[in-house]
Design a protein around this ligand. Structure first.
Ligand code: FES
Length: 93
């Protein structure tokens, strides 16, 4: 089941991978929201206790949503999807 809202207008579909799995998103989506839409909410584990972490503030402040994109750690809520990007769970500060 998709969390996307139908009828929001025509946008280009973008394909990328998340931990090796193919994901489709709309151009202009953040990585966080593209992953949320396909049910992927655990984006990394906390370094202290290992618990899953995901989107909290959704505006670039908390750093709970870190992922690795093509080898670089980024905030998934402020990074837009790009075709062909390789996103991995587990970003660290
Ligand atoms: S959810 Fe807080 S920085 Fe991304």
């Amino acid at each position: 089941m998709s969390g996307r809202i139908a009828g929001l207008g025509e946008r280009e579909l973008v394909e990328f991978t998340f931990d090796g799995e193919q994901v489709s998103a709309w151009a202009g989506d953040s990585i966080a929201m593209a992953l949320w839409a396909v049910g992927q909410q655990a984006l990394r584990n906390s370094s202290s206790v290992g618990e899953p972490r995901g989107v909290l503030c959704n505006m670039g402040i908390c750093y709970e949503c870190l992922v690795v994109v093509d080898g670089a750690t980024v905030r998934s809520c402020t990074t837009m999807v790009r075709s062909g990007m390789k996103v991995q769970r587990g970003g660290k500060l």
